[in-house]
Design a protein around this ligand. Structure first.
Ligand code: CP3
Length: 343
């Protein structure tokens, strides 16, 4: 018998039949909520993410305002890089003080034990789990090796990350050593998040789409596979998120993860038909649709629900909720999901 107190999201992740589809929003903690912006007037982003009490408060804010099925811990993608000795600041995106460009820099990196990687994030998870009702899932997150390398090598967000792709072209062996280090960093960090209370972790590959399928398969996939395998061996439920990468979706569906999240460019219904029922799919409304208002959002949500079978579907956006999103649109999305009558 299913335990009614077990979060819907965890049951959907196992592709069990649920009374309705679970729903959360990528990047729901932070930038789009007035209560976040109010706290932010008194603290820097670094203070908020670095202080477990503040980070726990920000993690819980979206669930106080909206009946969402999961909380995602408030931290940043680059947070674990600090454990490699890499210093960064936010302007507002992450900027590294000394991007990794030389073989000596990359070969000097040492991965510490999991408890030493983002300890403030583990402390935040413990606080949130204690405060969160049992039927809401707690999601931890980290970066895929490629997307962490994007910031570590480029030094900041830059369209198409040319320094990263140039490192791959000039020295694929060194590139592989860097991705191996970052995969081990993410594995230790995420296993520790699971121990601290994260019931599932999402691996964000925000820049997944920058390479061809052939280059991705040769140079990136092995490291992503190693990370997912290590999490699997530790018993950590996994959602893999690929942004901007429809050309990799079929290959990504074959990687070991309980869930696959994809951006709005993908047809989740077609992917479900092609990949069979064993893997949960997450997504994938265009975040910009919500800017068009509640009616457009309801229409798009109903179309999504009609296109993707309910079983094993976690409703979400295809990427992060945009800062200017009207709350009425978020409510319309939630209402459309809650209103769906199960056959
Ligand atoms: O749900 C959540 O928002 C949880 C917290 C969260 C943040 N960053 C907080 C944050 C999460 C899940 C992230 C992940 C993240 N950070 C990713 C992967 C997800 C994605 O969107 O693809 C990436 C690529 C980053 C890098 C990053 N950090 C950027 C580009 C920026 C700039 C502005 C923004 O909001 O995206 C940041 C800063 C950042 N990280 C903020 C927040 C709330 C804004 C900081 C501020 O308040 O000024």
């Amino acid at each position: 018998m299913p335990d009614p107190a077990e979060p819907l999201l965890l049951r959907a992740l196992r592709c069990e039949k649920t009374e309705r589809r679970p729903l959360w929003l990528m990047r729901q903690a932070g930038r789009w909520l007035p209560e976040y912006r109010e706290l932010r007037t008194r603290h820097t982003f670094e203070e908020m993410a670095g202080t477990p009490e503040l980070a726990a408060e920000v993690t819980l804010q979206p669930l106080r305002r909206f009946p969402l099925d999961a909380a995602i811990v408030f931290a940043d993608l680059v947070t674990p890089l600090a454990a490699l000795g890499l210093a960064f600041r936010f302007e507002p995106g992450p900027v590294l003080e000394r991007p990794l460009r030389s073989a000596a820099d990359i070969r000097a990196l040492r991965v510490p034990s999991g408890t030493e990687i983002g300890p403030e994030v583990h402390a935040t998870l413990r606080l949130v789990r204690a405060a969160l009702p049992p039927e809401r899932a707690l999601i931890g997150f980290g970066g895929a090796p490629w997307s962490l390398a994007a910031y570590a090598v480029q030094g900041g967000g830059k369209s198409d990350f040319p320094a990263l792709r140039s490192l791959l072209a000039s020295d694929p062996l060194l590139f592989g050593e860097l991705l191996d280090t970052l995969a081990r960093l993410s594995a230790g960090y995420l296993i520790e998040q699971h121990r601290a209370g994260a019931q599932v972790v999402q691996v964000f590959d925000s820049w997944a789409g920058l390479l061809s399928l052939a280059d991705w398969t040769t140079h990136v996939r092995p490291h992503l596979l190693r990370l997912l395998d290590e999490l699997g061996r530790a018993g950590v439920p996994r959602i893999l998120f690929l942004n901007g990468a429809p050309h990799l979706a079929t290959a990504a569906a074959e990687l070991p993860s309980e869930g696959l999240a994809l951006c709005w460019r993908n047809d989740l219904g077609a992917l479900r038909a092609a990949s069979g029922p064993a893997k949960a799919l997450q997504g994938n409304l265009d975040p910009a649709t919500l800017l068009a208002g509640p009616e457009a959002t309801s229409r798009a949500t109903r179309a999504l629900l009609a296109n993707v079978p309910a079983r094993g579907h976690i409703v979400n956006l295809g990427h992060g909720v945009l800062p200017e999103t009207p709350h009425a649109s978020a409510l319309a999305l939630i209402e459309a999901v809650h209103a769906e009558v199960r056959a």
